[in-house]
Design a protein around this ligand. Sequence first.
Ligand code: HEC
Ligand code: HEC
Length: 343
Amino acid sequence: MTKIIKNIIFLASLFLCCGFVIIKNKELLFDYPEYWPKPDYNFSKLSMTEDEFQLGRQLFYDPILSKDNTISCASCHLQATGFTHVDHDLSHGIEGRIGTRNSLSIMNLAWNSSFMWDGGVNHLEVQALAPISSANEMDESLEHVVEKLNASKKYNSLFYKVHNDSLITGQKTLLALTQFLVMLNSYNSKYDKYIRKEVGGEFTEQEKNGLNIFRNNCASCHKEPLFNSNDFKSNGLAVDATLNDYGRMMITKNTNDSLKFKVPTLRNIQFTQPYMHDGRFETIQEVITHYTSGIQHSKTLAKELENPLVLTHREKVDLLVFLRTLTDKEFLFNKRFSYPKNQ
Ligand code: HEC
Ligand code: HEC
């Protein structure tokens, strides 16, 4: 039995009253609701302490990770919008360079088995390498980032606190970012309170109806309770002729994967606009209209979308109202995850 499972059992017995599973790894608690599946992320090799988390937080918000020291991870992943980039269909990197995809929101990453719209990254520890080295994002090399960090008194002392050694390496830098990213968990939306039958979780008739519509039409892909799935699907978007993005196929070179993209989470969807891999839809209404009357047929279109979804105007509104119950203000405004002002 792994250490972590032992911890889960030991601590679950301690915390059963609260309905949360709490993984205590060294000093830091990784907790999530009891009815959630076990995370995909293997915690047995990740030591998590408060100092490590704080170091990762500093790095996440620091433009030192980019070539001209102007862009931080947070430039494209803003907390108040579910750690994504609002109002930009395609993300903007250094010198205003425009990328080819809409920024993904960041939350509940421990339940993801791969990352990016096409699943091109399969370990959270190496995820940060992609934006750091991408020409349209931070356009920097990890080697040079490490050089800059080693020249910084602040980072020498922060790394020393964690490792008892002030020498900064690429591996330690990526690990620290992981320790921050993996803690960005959202599970206190109204929907969660409804499921846990907590105060504040009382659903109106409209929200209940919206949940039913969601379960009948959307939940096969956007699976409860995380509202994503570790699967790649084509949801019937036509290819954008300028971007020519065929998604998963570009990674696997398998034509069966043409036009398939990650099924993203819908948690906090109210604030993560624009939507889809290229940010083509500005509003959730447009997304719903896509599912009812915009589906483009192709060989790889998901089976459940072959026949258009039929929803009345009222049902569309109820669905939209339900999707708003996935907003978790405690997460969006959690000070632990915000820009570290005092250091
Ligand atoms: C210039 C904008 C930009 C910057 C800067 C940026 N990202 Fe991203 N991020 C994106 C985009 C766009 C995607 C989706 C890329 C894709 O699918 O090809 C993404 C995807 C991700 C994902 C995957 C989420 C998922 O669910 O699969 C994570 C994690 C992430 N970024 C973390 C970071 C970290 C950590 C940094 C800083 C080292 C960072 N990003 C810097 C734009 C950015
Ligand atoms: C067959 C699987 C499938 C079904 C069913 C499905 N979706 Fe999706 N959904 C996806 C995929 C895949 C994407 C990402 C597509 C892309 O960007 O290319 C997506 C994207 C979205 C997005 C944009 C999320 C973001 O962060 O940009 C929203 C909102 C959404 N779906 C809502 C719904 C709703 C509401 C329903 C039911 C009416 C639904 N989906 C049914 C697979 C599905």
